[in-house]
Ligand binder design. Structure first.
Ligand SMILES: [Zn+2]
Length: 368
């Protein structure tokens, strides 16, 4: 996040997009492919997690004032780090990670998300190992398939590039190990984190190793201006790219990047509110989603950190529909086309497509 603008400037932009509580897009079946587990926790869940931790009550007492970025509110980068620090403290044991994962799945299921890919970077501390971290998430996903049968959930293991190549090696081995053990749940890898101090290409060998083991790859790229690195990522051809803000010509001085995107047709995971609140786009109207729609390039609408940014998948669909004047029919198509970009198995894709088609036939009133 660059957060270059003043808080007031961005606050006034966010206000323009205040949304109805009763959204018609709530009913629409949806796909979420870019959701960080910790950033997706709601304020309510964080408070419950804190209450489950007897030693953290002092820390949480003032958390209500600090937690989460409200709809009409802007926080500084330091505030964001504090929020994540607090979230990490309330999810520092396997049982808390498991509870958190189940709560996030439930929240997504409530707004008719039918397929969800959660991502997270395994971490260890005095209370858990990285293996236990991954096992807690996998076990929460398995148990949720019984408690919340309407939603299919998969897991992407994230490399945090700011932690360096050695740590990334350890995470990749862990990811491959759990992919082999739980092929139907641990389906891919993501690379995220502050790009300062490393190059994306430093991690390509590791990502290729995961790919050779059968995993799919998503890379956070072009969230900020860095043409050289963006070109490297496009040439690496991950199955998906997170953000891609600085690829289309609106933001980018290098037309080659757009040509590469058009040639390779790598789907972009679009996170409207995250980009606005992070200050990497000036307004929703200026968001690169407009270019992706007009150029008919593949994309999927996602939340990124819906808890931290006080958004939801339905809100993101609403913002896209209002900003780019899209009908429910067009939003259904965006959601339907996202099925092609999931990391889940082919049979699942065809089942989801059937579900979407039946939903459309059964709900003609939603398209009037
Ligand atoms: Zn992200």
């Amino acid at each position: 996040m660059s957060l270059a603008e003043s808080a007031e400037e961005r606050q006034s932009k966010t206000k323009r997009c205040k949304l109805d509580d009763e959204s018609p897009l709530m009913k629409l079946p949806k796909i979420e492919l870019h959701a960080h587990l910790n950033g997706s926790l709601s304020k309510e869940t964080i408070n419950i997690l804190a209450s489950m931790k007897p030693d953290s009550m002092d820390m949480i007492r003032n958390a209500d004032d600090m937690l989460l970025i409200g709809e009409n509110e802007q926080k500084t980068l330091e505030d964001c780090f504090m929020i994540f620090k607090l979230i990490h403290e309330v999810t520092d044991r396997p049982e808390l990670i498991k509870f958190a994962t189940k709560a996030v799945i439930k929240d997504f299921a409530k707004e008719n998300t039918k397929y969800l890919e959660l991502r997270s970077t395994p971490r260890s501390n005095d209370y858990m190992t990285m293996d236990q971290y991954v096992e807690a998430i996998v076990s929460a996903i398995r148990e949720s398939s019984l408690d919340e049968p309407s939603i299919v959930v998969k897991f992407l293991v994230s490399i945090d590039r700011s932690k360096g190549v050695e740590m990334a090696k350890e995470i990749t081995s862990l990811a491959i190990k759990y992919h082999k053990k739980h092929k139907d749940v641990v389906v891919g890898m993501d690379m995220s984190g502050n790009m300062r101090g490393s190059k994306a290409r430093d991690f390509f060998d590791l990502l290729s190793e995961a790919r050779a083991a059968g995993m799919k790859i998503s890379i956070h790229a072009a969230e900020v201006h860095n043409d050289e690195e963006t070109e490297d990522v496009l040439k690496f051809e991950p199955e998906r790219i997170g953000h891609g803000t600085f690829i289309p010509p609106l933001k980018c001085q290098n037309p080659r990047l757009m040509v590469l995107l058009q040639e390779k047709r790598i789907p972009l995971e679009v996170c409207l509110t995250s980009n606005l609140k992070g200050g990497t786009v000036d307004s929703f109207e200026d968001h690169h989603l407009g270019v992706l729609i007009s150029e008919e390039l593949p994309f999927t609408i996602c939340t990124d950190d819906k808890g931290v940014f006080s958004t939801s998948l339905t809100k993101e669909y609403e913002i896209a529909a209002k900003t780019f004047k899209l009908t429910v029919e067009q939003m259904w198509k965006i959601s339907y086309d996202s099925i092609d970009h999931i990391f889940g198995e082919e049979e699942l894709k065809s089942n989801l497509k059937k579900y979407w088609q039946h939903w459309k036939e059964d709900n003609p009133e939603e398209f009037k």
